[in-house]
Design a protein around this ligand. Sequence first.
Ligand SMILES: Cc1cc2nc3c(=O)[nH]c(=O)nc-3n(C[C@H](O)[C@H](O)[C@H](O)COP(=O)(O)OP(=O)(O)OC[C@H]3O[C@@H](n4cnc5c(N)ncnc54)[C@H](O)[C@@H]3O)c2cc1C
Length: 390
Amino acid sequence: MANPITIAGGNIAGLSAAHHLARRGCPVRVYETKIWDKPCGGAVTIEFADYLAQEFGIYLHTGKSPLPRVKFGFQNGRYVETQGLFIIASRYDLQKKLIECIGNEPGVNIQFKHLSTRDHELFSPQTVLATGFSGFTRQVLQNHWYQQEHALALKYEGVLDKDSRIDAHLIVFDSRYKGYGWVFVKEQGRYNIGVGGMTGRADLQHRFGEFVGFIEKQFHCRIEPLPVPPLMWKIPMVMESWKTPVSFFRNGIEFIGAGDVLGLAHPVIGAGIEPAWQSGWLLGESYDPSSQKIDTVRYRHLLKKNQQLTSRKPIDMLVSRMLRNPSIPYKDGLSFFLLKLFKRPTIKTLKRYPWFALVHDGRRKTRFRASVNKPRKPRFYEPDTKQENV
Ligand SMILES: Cc1cc2nc3c(=O)[nH]c(=O)nc-3n(C[C@H](O)[C@H](O)[C@H](O)COP(=O)(O)OP(=O)(O)OC[C@H]3O[C@@H](n4cnc5c(N)ncnc54)[C@H](O)[C@@H]3O)c2cc1C
């Protein structure tokens, strides 16, 4: 029996690492503080939702008519529209369901405990660090953490009024904040609205107020006054994540990062659920049963390839460079013009290499499957028939 590996953090990255390590014969002990509703827009691609349904019987969307479109917009109120490519998940439900499924797998032991760096006896010589943006991660990564780029994001939940003309998920870019605002609509007119950007706390709050006003005016709806302040959280967003290390030594323990710890979220819109899941998967793929160790060189190599095919494709890198470059003026107007001009090729590229879709087929000999030319057909599930499997 192989020695168990400790996984710190039992959310997307940690649970993916647990599932994939256990599948390769490595027992794992996962420590998670608690199941919680992480501040997060919760947008995941249809591919990922399909994958969760097939692999775990987890159905993220059970309604009949999720919004079929996404509008990418700019502060000038102009939009480029694409077919809807994602589903909005509740982070609480997703974590809960994943813990229920993965916690019952052979070789996986999940415990609810808030780890501290003093819990030496709980760490294995190689410990997976999947604690996202947290004090624990900061303590382990120390200087590396401060060198990472972080975006701040905040979100608020509400219910749309009947007169609202919001008929698509909205993502609105705003170069002044090096960021974006979003409105994601869920079942029964429930929505979450938020803003994110590489800017300060006060700026972001100001931007949120502006964005609410903009949406109300554009879409003739009322975002009700907030009873509590929206929840703010950080998203580590490293542009070229493979240039940063994947493992960190503290007190003789090798901590191997996954998910937000490595800044894997998309460098423009901060989508990090799928990159976090992918990194846990690739970490599992890098486990060598004969030496009972995670091969970090292989892990880094797989991560780099995967990112180049998903969230760090040339187009993503170009856009993120443009957004961060203060010497390019009028970015929103220029972006709109370029997106409109190249709408067809851009959408074709997005479809060929979806932003965050899974590209790893999980075989022992890793092969990358970039879903080239694969038609993307949304599939939705009816609550009464399929949910019994959950
Ligand atoms: C406002 C906002 C909106 C976002 N919207 C989207 C979106 O629409 N789509 C998308 O794809 N991504 C989105 N993201 C990014 C996404 O939420 C993260 O990239 C993703 O959650 C990263 O997963 P992770 O498993 O690496 O980290 P996390 O999800 O942060 O999980 C880390 C886990 O570690 C646990 N933990 C921390 N410290 C300890 C400790 N000491 N002991 C034990 N456990 C501990 C925590 O409880 C947590 O469950 C958004 C982020 C924010 C802030």
